[in-house]
Design a protein around this ligand. Structure first.
Ligand SMILES: *[C@@H]1O[C@H](CO)[C@@H](O)[C@H](O)[C@H]1NC(C)=O
Ligand SMILES: *[C@@H]1O[C@H](CO)[C@@H](O)[C@H](O)[C@H]1NC(C)=O
Length: 344
């Protein structure tokens, strides 16, 4: 009889099952997708930016010579940046796949940035990811959160999205909001305020990504391929150094953005977010009282979350993530300045 028992029912706790059902109930966003050439161009490693014949999807390759990346052709004052992404499988130690907005090329000392960064792992161990927020060059105040996923992101495509409005930032995995940052006056310039481009990159972060650089990229398994499709770019395209205040030129687009289905978190969405954070988040800067004795102004301490974390911002139980300090590392040859502290 034992052989008939599905590993699904024996291995997955009830809480995960209910989480699974809870998220599959969420309606898909009403999105307008574009072709690669309608919104993006290669950023680096051009030979490793592989567009599909129909132009609707693109593969980014990392081999022993170079990583690769693409960038939105425009900069946006607020927006919704989204793609269906499938990550490389098997041995991915040392690899970082990043999907993020930034204006580091234009505003070197005062850049803004919103990150989703996938951190590769040794064979048999799952991908992890982190989100981060920088505003006006706040690189000394990292706002990292790190999480596991409730699925294997290398098996099939999942949608990853960043919403940025004047009032809030929401990170999504599929239709699940996983993090919201609500702008407050106390955040000041730390809340991103200047036009940003969308970047997607794959790169060798051997010195940083997996257990603080303990595991390097193994090119025996290369090329490593990250795939993107159903690309979405919504927002107000602007010239970053234009004279007109963006608020005036962007009011229509801002209104459209704020009324989109992904701009409002429903009560069900909020419950899913709570559940995700209580089950899958394993580091939060908001609970890292060693690093920030006074928590940063946007932090909302949720008792059910907080009780799971030590004063290092790491999980009390079940987090076998060793503490490492890492050096500064830019994620591609173009953007620099982000201080990726202490990744795993
Ligand atoms: C989906 O979006 C399109 C374009 O923005 C809009 O015309 C349409 O009414 C929307 N559909 C639904 C079901 O909201
Ligand atoms: C951003 O930083 C610059 C230089 O430190 C400062 O002059 C400017 O007022 C800041 N902007 C915001 C919105 O805080």
């Amino acid at each position: 009889m034992d052989r008939l028992r599905s590993p699904f029912t024996t291995l997955i706790p009830l809480s995960l099952l209910s989480f699974f059902f809870c998220i599959t109930n969420a309606a898909a966003f009403n999105l307008t997708t574009i072709k690669f050439d309608e919104g993006y161009s290669p950023l680096f490693g051009d030979g490793n930016v592989d567009r599909s014949p129909d132009g609707k999807s693109v593969r980014l390759l990392l081999d022993r010579y170079t990583g690769s990346g693409f960038i939105s052709s425009n900069m946006y004052q607020h927006g919704f940046f989204s793609a269906n992404i499938k990550l490389p499988s098997d041995y991915t130690a040392g690899i970082v796949v990043a999907f993020y907005t930034s204006n580091g090329d234009v505003f070197e000392k005062t850049h803004d940035e919103l990150d989703i960064e996938f951190l590769g792992n040794i064979k048999g161990k799952p991908w992890r990811f982190q989100t981060n927020v920088y505003g006006n060059g706040s690189t000394s105040r990292g706002r990292e959160e790190r999480y596991r996923l409730w699925f294997d992101p290398s098996k099939r495509f999942h949608r990853y999205s960043i919403l940025w409005t004047a009032n809030n930032i929401i990170f999504y995995v599929d239709e699940v909001p996983i993090r919201e940052v609500v702008r407050s006056d106390a955040m000041g310039g730390d809340y991103p305020s200047k036009p940003m481009s969308l970047y997607a990159t794959i790169w060798d972060a051997s010195n940083w990504a997996t257990s603080g650089g303990k595991y390097k990229v193994n090119y025996k398994y290369s090329p490593f391929v990250s795939e993107y499709k159903d690309l979405v770019l919504e927002g107000c395209a602007v010239d970053p150094i234009q004279q007109l205040p963006a608020a005036a030129t962007c009011s229509n687009k801002d209104a459209k953005l704020s009324s989109a289905d992904y701009a409002v978190i429903t009560p069900e969405g909020r419950a899913a977010m709570r559940k995700f954070r209580q089950s899958y988040m394993y580091y939060s800067y908001c609970y890292d009282t060693l690093r920030y004795p006074t928590s940063l102004p946007e932090c909302v301490s949720v008792p059910a979350e907080k009780q799971r974390f030590k004063e290092t911002g790491r999980l009390k139980f079940g987090g076998s993530h060793h503490h490492h300090h890492s050096r500064r590392k830019s994620r591609n040859p173009v953007v620099s300045g982000s201080d990726h502290q202490d990744v795993m």
